[in-house]
Design a protein around this ligand. Structure first.
Ligand code: NAD
Length: 352
């Protein structure tokens, strides 16, 4: 079986951080075939298209895609069709990536980076599973219209039971790999769509007898995430609630340069990328933190290739590099050893 990984460095710090993650994947010697292609602003410059046909073809053929980030001021004034973000939305749509997985993990060494008290967040390790292709973000009808001389705006929240079932299964399976606790987040007291969400989660729960399912209303979930976030293991929710809660959860850790993400299709083909953007302010300076991208590569090993042991090795190597005191500028604190992008990659490789 071939194991094809497409690397899309993208823009800004993208090439620097994906280079480090690619070195880590190569060092594992698992027989990956890696190719590189253009996406985002770099693709616009070369071809006029943020998601060119050549990239599209390679993305279709690959088992997994590792992405840096796209965007930057250079392309902000472009027409919509030639904006880097169009490439990102394009590849997500093209690959049918309906499940977004965002871990929020706080390494004890970085507990001071959080805005919350260290005793509240130290050891935090949660996973948010967000549905990515449905809900009020895509529901029809939608628009802004005028009636009797007054404008009104409207959107439609909708989910089919098939959509809920497939994201539910991803979440239950993720919980099975972790601490076997799943919290489904909805607003069933007000919204019928999310009553169906809750009903379907209950219907599939018996397929996963080893996982404990609880339900929480979204307003309470938002509160609990800052009050006592360690009560959670895996959270699953719809597109809009997930958008908000996953950002809230990621900020609990305080260091955006540390957070990976995965977006999966029905066959575990995935797009893996750091949660941060292309950081044009520090691009090309060898100061960006490559750890979110290296941790995204660990998710790639786990979710697309079922290489759990290799994934854990990579995560342990990151932990070790931090424990040894290596820090890029964004997570640097007095007493630590300040390193650049490449040196941080070296430290992880050595720990590996
Ligand atoms: P950003 O995440 O790129 O940067 C925010 C701040 O965090 C900056 O100060 C940056 O230097 C810092 N930062 C980000 N990643 C870092 C890292 N790995 N190491 C050290 N510091 C890091 O967000 P932004 O400034 O709002 O956006 C910049 C560009 O990125 C925009 O063009 C935006 O559209 C794009 N963007 C892309 C994605 C993506 O590709 N998925 C996501 C968000 C933003």
């Amino acid at each position: 079986m071939t194991k094809k990984i497409l690397v899309l460095p993208g823009d800004g710090i993208g090439p620097e951080i994906t280079a480090e993650a690619a070195r880590v994947l190569e060092a594992l010697e698992l027989g990956f075939e890696m190719e590189t292609a253009l996406l985002g602003g770099a693709a616009v410059d070369a071809t006029g298209d943020p998601y060119p046909e050549a990239t599209r073809k390679l993305a279709r053929e690959a088992d997994a895609v590792l992405l840096g980030a796209v965007g930057g001021p250079k392309w902000d004034a472009n027409p919509r069709e030639q904006r880097p973000e169009k490439g990102l939305l394009g590849i997500r749509q093209h690959l049918n990536l309906f499940a977004n997985l965002r871990p929020a993990l706080l390494y004890p060494e970085l507990a001071d980076a959080s805005t919350l008290k260290p005793e509240v967040v130290s050891g935090l390790d949660i996973l948010i599973v967000r549905e990515l292709t449905g809900d009020i973000y895509f529901g029809q009808p939608r628009g802004i219209e005028a009636h009797n001389g007054e404008r009104f705006g409207f959107n439609t929240m909708r989910y089919t039971e098939t959509e809920i079932r497939r994201i539910g299964r991803v979440a239950f399976q993720a919980a099975q790999r972790r601490n076997k606790k799943l919290c489904s987040v909805d607003k069933m007291n007000v919204l019928e769509t999310t009553q169906l969400w809750r009903d379907v989660m209950e219907e599939i729960a018996p397929e996963y007898p080893d996982v404990t399912l609880i339900h929480m209303l979204v307003d309470n979930a938002a509160m609990q995430l800052v009050r006592a976030p360690r009560q959670f293991d895996v959270l699953v929710t719809g597109n809009m609630f997930g958008d908000i809660l996953s950002d809230e959860a990621s900020m609990l850790t305080g260091s955006i340069g540390m957070l990976p993400s995965a977006s999966l299709d029905e066959n575990n083909k995935g797009l893996y990328e750091p949660s941060h953007g292309s950081a044009p302010d520090i691009a090309g300076q060898d100061v960006a933190n490559p750890l979110a991208t290296i941790l995204s590569a660990a998710m790639l090993l786990r979710y697309t290739f079922q290489e759990e042991e290799a994934a854990r090795r990579v995560e342990a190597a990151v932990k070790k590099a931090l424990a040894q005191g290596f820090r890029t500028a964004d997570i640097h604190a007095p007493g630590a050893t300040k390193v650049g992008t490449r040196q941080m990659g070296d430290a992880v490789l050595k720990a590996l």
